[in-house]
Each structure stands twice: as C-alpha cells, then as structure tokens.
Write a protein that binds this ligand. Sequence first.
Ligand code: SAM
Length: 254
Amino acid sequence: MIGKVFLVGAGPGDPDLITVKGLRLIRSADVIIYDRLIPHELLGEARPDAELIDAGKAPARQRLSQEAINALIVEKASQGDQVVRLKGGDPFVFGRGGEEALACFKAGIPFEVVPGVSSAFAVPAYAGIPVTHRGLSSALTIITGHEDPSEASSVDYDALAHLGGTLVILMGVQHAAAILARLAEAGLPAATPAAVIEWGATPDQRVAEGTLATIAAVAAALDIQPPAITVIGEVVRLRGEGVRWFGELLAQAI
Ligand SMILES: C[S@@+](CC[C@H](N)C(=O)[O-])C[C@H]1O[C@@H](n2cnc3c(N)ncnc32)[C@H](O)[C@@H]1O
C-alpha cells in the first residue's frame, strides 16, 4: 500500500512553536526527513523505531540536493511509509515546500501541508519587534537576501525602497552590506531603524540594532552569522520602547 507525505512546518528556534497537528504527525511518523534549522528537540518526540534522516547533511557531510530530497520523499512514501518532511518555519516561506509538493503530485503520492510559524515574523516577535503596528507600519514585505544585488536579481530594490512599511530579509547575512547599500541608493532613508536577529527564538538569540546606514557595521562588529533575519522599518523602535521581552544581548547602534 502506498504511504503519505506530510510537509510539516517545525517553526523557528523554540520547539514549543510547533503546531498541535505537526507534533501529532511527528509522534506517529514512520520516517522523518528533517532540515538543519528545525528545533532538534522535536526529534525526541519521534517513535523509537522511526527512521530519522538528516536532509541537511548527506553521509559525506554534504547537503542533499533538492532533487535527491524529492526522490527520497517519494521513495519512502512509495514503500508505504508515513513520511514527515520536517522543515524550519513554514514549508512554503522560502522553504522549497512547493517543489516537494509538486514532486509528490507528479509521482502520484498523496500529501498534506501543515503550515508552520515562520521565522519571518516569529523571530522579529522574539526580538520585541511587531512586524506591523498601527500608525507605524501597515505593510509587510518578506524577501530573500540570497541573491547578490549587484547581479541580475529577482528582487526589485527600487520598488522596495518606496513601498513603506516593514521589510524583512531572510538568508541575507552574506550579502547584507550590499543589499542595505542598494536600498539606500534606491532612496530608502539612511536613518530608517534596522535590526539583525541571529538564532532568534533560541537561548542563543542575539540582536544587533542600528539604522539602514549603520546596521551592517553593527552586525559585522558582533560577528553575526546565519541563521539571521534583518528587519528594516519604524517598527524596530518598538523594541526599545517596551516591547522587548525575550532576554538576549542588546547591541546599540554605532
Ligand atoms: C531557507 S530559509 C527558510 C525559512 C523558513 N521556511 C521559515 O518560514 O522560517 C532560512 C532562513 O530563515 C531565517 N531563519 C530561520 N530560522 C531562524 C532563526 N531561528 N533565527 C534567525 N533567522 C532564522 C534565516 O534568514 C535563514 O537563513
């Protein structure tokens, strides 16, 4: 008999942010294929006889390609297993969950999607930054910082600089300085508040604070490393005005 695939969002950092449905599926799965950024405590909820496969590292310690992950999911479900594909945050927010759903569809494997709490808004929340706030920000834009803005990019920085509201950048550590400079060049005011949050919603969370003009230097001085999220917008100020609630190092602007 054919099995089934569940594309489950694990949430970011704090293991308690998993949904009730996601936790129920982890506890009953035959196979769990998981990503590097999931809260690893969740794997302790698996059945003792469940097969746990780290898709972040192949045996040779190299990342499995997306094609190899798709093939593995399909193979396990074809053998009759209930497969949980456990992904950080939400499976469809920069998670390649759509590609895995399409791979299942093409192979005739039934699947369900279990949305998760995305780092895009939960990590700012743990840093005391509401991504929208009445009177300060009525729009939220989430972009990938994975691409070098000096090369042909699918992100329209000129449009972003004039949108207003809050800008959240995922996967942006490597290209942070170039992206921030590109936004300034496109007309985003240099004094716009900005923050970078490393390992958000975990005991290791660190937050760098500054402005569009200073945040790259502040983050570099703190040696901020992935995973990290950059938030740009007036809402960042709320952290210092009383919304901060989760303890961590506070880095002031330089
Ligand atoms: C491939 S994307 C996946 C996003 C995920 N699907 C989600 O909804 O949160 C990975 C990026 O998410 C962000 N991220 C995920 N977990 C994080 C955390 N605990 N702290 C800071 N950033 C995090 C980082 O920008 C990281 O590079």
